[in-house]
Write a protein that binds this ligand. Structure first.
Ligand code: HEC
Length: 210
């Protein structure tokens, strides 16, 4: 192999490299990658009730519904022992320091027989809904200034949900607790169907080789 042949081979290699570089640059210019504005993938996620597990200090701002779905009336009965100093829970037991709480869920505010309510609580009006009870046992005196229920309140959202589930069980016809939604029962979320995978284009029939 003389030097002329070696030069030819090296030249061919160099030429190939130059072509590759040119193709690479051209391809880069044509197929410039789109830079995503935000890094990462865009994933469509349904926003579930946020801040659920936050047992923030004395905030009854969040609706209690989500927590009620997983609340435990048995556990609530334990927590409600704090209420039993002042309240009876069974039908017909009558008032203690506070009114009998049997059947309080769905009952008109300040209407248990035989109890002398404060004007402040009577003025509240309405019926005891889950939400209202949640606010009430968070901090009764914040909700109804002037109430005679001198109870500091339960700061844990989870405990409040359990107590409310327990109160709801104190009835022949308990108001049905909200069902778990979203995360627990995916079938119950038709508002957000999974993004249908775009129909895969049929694989093109293998092009007849010429
Ligand atoms: C220190 C005594 C005391 C404790 C402890 C207490 N309560 Fe009360 N509660 C009262 C009094 C007194 C009233 C009546 C308030 C009024 O008339 O202003 C009342 C009223 C209520 C009412 C309104 C009832 C109605 O008929 O409108 C509910 C509901 C209630 N309490 C729930 C609870 C729960 C749940 C607990 C425990 C987490 C609790 N209470 C702890 C004294 C107490």
């Amino acid at each position: 192999m003389n030097s002329f042949q070696i030069n030819k081979i090296l030249g061919a290699l160099l030429g190939t490299c130059l072509v590759l570089v040119a193709v690479h640059m051209a391809a880069g210019a044509i197929f410039a990658p789109r830079v995503a504005a935000k890094p990462g993938y865009e994933v469509a996620v349904k926003q579930e009730g946020s801040g659920e597990a936050k047992a923030g200090p004395k905030t009854a701002g969040e609706p209690i519904e989500a927590l009620l779905a997983s609340a435990s009336a048995e556990h609530g009965a334990q927590i409600a022992k704090q209420c039993a100093i002042c309240h009876n829970f069974q039908e017909g037991q009558g008032p203690k320091i506070g009114p009998d709480l049997y059947g309080v869920v769905g009952r008109k505010v300040a209407t248990a027989p035989g109890f002398n309510y404060t004007a402040a609580l009577k003025a509240l009006g309405g019926t005891w809904t889950f939400d209202k009870l949640n606010k009430w046992i968070t901090d009764p005196r914040a909700m109804v200034p002037g109430t005679a229920m001198t109870f500091a309140g339960l700061s844990s959202e989870k405990q409040r949900a359990d107590v409310i589930a327990y109160l709801d069980s104190l009835s022949k016809t308990p108001v049905s607790l909200p069902k778990a939604s979203g995360a627990n029962t995916p079938a119950a979320a038709p508002a957000n169907p999974p993004a249908a995978a775009p129909a895969q284009p049929k694989a093109p029939a293998p092009a007849a080789k010429e």
